[in-house]
Design a protein around this ligand. Sequence first.
Ligand SMILES: *[C@@H]1O[C@H](CO)[C@@H](O)[C@H](O)[C@H]1NC(C)=O
Ligand SMILES: *[C@@H]1O[C@H](CO)[C@@H](O)[C@H](O)[C@H]1NC(C)=O
Ligand SMILES: *[C@@H]1O[C@H](CO)[C@@H](O)[C@H](O)[C@H]1NC(C)=O
Ligand SMILES: *[C@@H]1O[C@H](CO)[C@@H](O)[C@H](O)[C@H]1NC(C)=O
Length: 392
Amino acid sequence: MAKNSTSSSKGIFLVLFIVYLASVSADDGLLLNGDFETPPPNGFSTDPMDPDPTGIPSWTSKGTVELVESSQRQGAMILVIPGGTHAVRLGNDAVISQDLKLEKGSIYSVTFSSARTCAQLESLNVSVPGSSQTIDLQTVYNVHGWDSYAWAFEAEADDVLMTFRNPGMEDDPTCGPIIDDIAIKKLFTPEKPKDNAVINGDFEEGPWLFRNSSFGVLLPTNLDEEMTSLPGWTVESNRAVRFVDSYHFSVPQGKRAVELLSGKEGIISQMVETKPDKEYTMTFNLGEAGDKCQQPLAIMAFAGDQAQTIHYTPNSNSTFQTASFNFTAKADRSRVAFYSVYYNTRGDDRTSLCGPVVDDVRVRGVSAAWRVGLAGLQLFIGLILVMLVTSV
Ligand SMILES: *[C@@H]1O[C@H](CO)[C@@H](O)[C@H](O)[C@H]1NC(C)=O
Ligand SMILES: *[C@@H]1O[C@H](CO)[C@@H](O)[C@H](O)[C@H]1NC(C)=O
Ligand SMILES: *[C@@H]1O[C@H](CO)[C@@H](O)[C@H](O)[C@H]1NC(C)=O
Ligand SMILES: *[C@@H]1O[C@H](CO)[C@@H](O)[C@H](O)[C@H]1NC(C)=O
């Protein structure tokens, strides 16, 4: 018996070990040389006019690709490097790419930091076989001059070539976006909780966040419900919302939440399963991110046919409040959505965008709870009756 149980526990360990290996091979985190800090074979070039892009370890490149350094100047400006001391700059139509070992059919989110170098509109086209998105770097969300962005895609094969291209054609060839800190994360879609129709309502599952980057990650528009860096949710507006963590922001619940930026130009939504004509309660947390955002903060919340403006009332004891309202579902799917009523900026620089934080979104059937309560009560009364009858 004892021998049997040890061998079966060995078996369990083996299975656990294989599961562990499988989960490790997904390699969440920085891509190989994703921070561009690995020195090229001949060292970092000290002459910015003589860059050697062929030597960027782990990357292949085409066109004017330059490794840039944090002290480097562009005209009168010092270049902004998002993390560490090196980054890469893509000139007109220039490309960098890397082969990734992924799992066919899984959804991945790539996080990368980017800064513009010139005043005009700059953008980056991120692509893998079968999908691509051009992300605008025009809007300055952050006074530090760079931001992190996330983009999600489905791996069509186990080997995927990920490409970053500057689609720009500027007169000044030294213009073009700077890229740094590229990481990847395999996403999973959390199961729908029994008592909540909202998937990922606590926003705990989302794109890779760098532990030491204090600016969160922007989630640009994604109209495809399936391909989202924030499982369950869609950013249905032109402007981005920000995914924030509790290490750098005030988060009402758990480790992550969403900060709504750009007024009604930054909308997140989800279609939740409902039963027509049934009554539901939506509850959620509304808070401040702790990023010196100038008040007042308010959100517009939608659930089914209801819309309500809810103002955040600062309270010295807490950084958030709970709000709720009832709605009656009209169909078997109801839309839940949020946007910020105001365009808020930080009080310290009056430029960086900020806004109210939303977390812990729940949609629960009201009548079902009542019915369960009633059924319970009937059962209880029935039991008492049976006990009375049998004791007589
Ligand atoms: C995080 O910090 C480490 C060590 O200070 C640094 O090497 C790395 O580049 C940083 N990463 C980011 C994303 O800032
Ligand atoms: C982005 O790049 C992909 C792959 O090269 C291409 O198919 C797509 O058309 C590009 N999108 C834009 C808007 O340039
Ligand atoms: C906030 O704290 C004060 C004292 O510290 C207390 O009197 C008050 O009831 C608290 N308010 C809430 C909403 O908890
Ligand atoms: C929602 O409906 C429930 C049950 O009918 C009721 O108890 C509750 O007060 C309602 N909530 C609001 C905010 O109206």
